[in-house]
Design a protein around this ligand. Structure first.
Ligand code: PGA
Length: 246
């Protein structure tokens, strides 16, 4: 596990203001002290913090990402929206797309596909989220749902080199529940196998914390974690990283 790069992606959702950035001093220190570890730490704050955060992280190994974008790659009359290029311009290197919180408020596979294409054109790395709901899981539809989300979300995208998958069961996000190891292994293997010889990196997301990460990291086809709630505390976030490398 420690032989490959592990991703730790912080999804801050709609939390944080300029003062919050001070709390990152400890993670910057931690990252500087652990330069030899194969670590990729990516902070995805709200759009308002992308610029100040990327300035603050300039001389560090930490990177910055966004959480969503408009699908239009050009400027346009879309009140309240920003596109991928605009996010790149202020310092984002990554972007989370297809998060279930956005799917639940109406984002379709088709729209996600357009967003992914625009983000690729803008040169961002994409963290493409997929995952089944509890009802779908109970109805044994997990693989079917994952296959549909992958096929439609990545439709007619040939070069997938900038795409990282994040498997996030909807029922696991923010609930404290994580999948049984065997189920998680099956789902991640299923996702990987759909990509043939060149599988993407696959992260797990959903209630990752410093208590359950030891169990999660044992599934060695997982390339890292997408972390919501626990990423808002630098201490908890660092604990997760430490326990992954222990
Ligand atoms: P959580 O969120 O870690 O709070 O469950 C994960 C996510 O929504 O990406």
């Amino acid at each position: 596990m420690t032989n490959k790069y592990m991703y730790f992606v912080a999804n801050w959702k709609m939390f944080g203001d300029l003062r919050t950035l001070n709390s990152l001093d400890s993670i910057i220190k931690f990252s500087n002290a652990n330069k030899k570890n194969k670590l990729k730490i990516v902070y995805c704050p709200p759009n308002t913090l992308i610029r100040p955060l990327s300035k603050r992280l300039k001389k560090t190994k930490l990177e910055v990402g966004a959480q969503n974008c408009h699908e239009n790659e050009n400027y346009g009359a879309f009140t309240g929206s920003v596109n991928a290029g605009m996010l790149k311009n202020v310092g984002a290197k990554y972007i989370i797309l297809g998060h279930s919180e956005n799917r639940q408020s109406g984002e379709t596979d088709k729209l996600i596909n357009l967003k992914i294409k625009s983000a690729i054109k803008s040169g961002l790395k994409i963290i493409f989220c997929i995952g089944e709901t509890l009802v779908e899981k109970k109805n044994k539809k997990t693989n079917q749902v994952l296959a549909k989300q992958i096929n439609n979300g990545l439709k007619s995208i040939k070069n997938k080199s900038n795409i990282i998958l994040a498997y996030e069961p909807v029922w696991s996000i923010g609930t404290g529940l994580i999948p049984k190891s065997n189920d998680l292994l099956k789902s991640v293997s299923f996702i990987k196998n759909r990509f043939g010889k060149k599988p993407p990196k696959i992260l797990y997301g959903g209630s990752v914390n410093s208590n359950n990460v030891a169990q999660l990291k044992d599934i060695d086809i997982i390339d890292g974690f997408l972390i919501g709630g626990a990423s808002q505390s630098s201490k908890k976030f660092i604990d997760i990283i430490k326990k992954t490398f222990n």
